[in-house]
Design a protein around this ligand. Structure first.
Ligand code: SAM
Ligand code: GLN
Length: 286
């Protein structure tokens, strides 16, 4: 038998061998997951003994984490916009930076006269549904369509839609490079598309390069493939006074603003920074 305290100590030692910000937090979250308890419980019950099965699962997970396997694929949760998302291998783990995009849209809706009518929102490349589900949840007058080409993404997004019992959102499995959205018009189009340059992917941390789906990362040779396509699609499917809002890589502001400008339809284009001070979200207003 082994105590909670001992597991946390051993687990931290195992994960410390890698270059992590917070090994203790990682092992606490692994143990919380296995015991189905929160972190406060671990603090209050340090001397509690843990049975053999949990003990061996704990060491196995700590070692897997030490190989770079993402914590969230083991615990199956990631908090985003104050909501708890189910996540699993095969989809991108939602990032805090992406909350900037969601907040931008919520602010835009609240400050405009759009809050009084039904707003049609399209999320391109929805993954876990992080953006689409948050918007459906917080923008009560929205009707959200969440598109992804990946079966796992559609399944995962559906789980999150059901989790919050949302009726104002649907998923569509489609490839945006094919001729989707024939007659629909949207008020708001959002996307966190794949935007990493193909040749850079291998240089990202193992967590990302080896374990997250390439389909969610690969933005083509120059990383801009999706922005060109999304802009072109937006040109055909926007309603009146619509907005296009996309997440970008920290060094893509100029290129993406130029792609937006070349559409010749926007009155105003704005770029917002993330909390780390990097350019992160480009928005075009009609
Ligand atoms: N929106 C989620 C988020 O912010 O956490 C996931 C974003 S992830 C960077 C990009 C998503 O685009 C992935 O889920 C991927 O499957 C999807 N995707 C890639 N190529 C696509 C395509 N041709 N058509 C539709 N979706 C695509
Ligand atoms: N933000 C992701 C990363 O950390 C990239 C996701 C994307 O390509 N949209 O690598």
């Amino acid at each position: 038998m082994v105590t909670i305290e001992k597991l946390l100590k051993d687990g931290t030692e195992i994960i410390k061998q890698r270059d992590y910000n917070n090994p203790l937090l990682d092992v606490q979250l692994i143990l919380c997951h296995l015991l189905k308890k929160d972190r406060v419980y671990l603090h209050l019950n340090r001397k509690q003994e843990v049975d053999e099965e949990i003990k061996s699962m704990f060491y196995e997970m700590a070692n897997r984490r030490n190989q770079g396997y993402p914590l969230q694929y083991m615990t199956n949760v990631q908090e985003f916009m104050g909501l708890e998302f189910y996540v699993q291998e095969g989809i991108l783990v939602p990032r805090p930076d992406t909350e900037i995009l969601v907040e931008k849209i919520i602010k835009f809706v609240n400050n405009s006269d759009l809050k009084d009518r039904t707003l049609k929102i399209l999320d391109i490349g929805t993954g876990s549904g992080a953006i689409a589900v948050s918007l459906a949840y917080y923008v009560k007058n929205s009707l959200v369509t969440a598109v992804d080409v990946s079966d796992t993404a559609i399944k995962t997004a559906n789980i999150n839609i059901e989790k919050y019992n949302l009726k104002n959102i649907k998923t569509v499995k489609a490839d945006i490079f094919e001729d989707v959205f024939p007659d629909e018009k949207y008020d708001i189009v959002v996307s966190n598309p794949p935007y990493i340059k193909k040749e850079i992917i291998k240089d990202l941390p193992v967590e990302v390069s080896e374990y997250e789906p390439r389909l969610a990362l690969d933005g083509g040779e120059d990383g801009l493939l999706f922005y060109r396509r999304i802009a072109e699609v937006f040109g055909r499917i926007h309603g009146e006074d619509a907005v296009l809002c996309v997440e970008i890589g920290h060094d893509q502001k100029q290129d993406v603003e130029m792609i937006f400008k070349n559409l010749n339809i926007f009155k105003m284009i704005e770029t917002d920074k993330d909390l780390g001070g990097n350019d992160r979200v480009v928005t075009g207003f009609l």
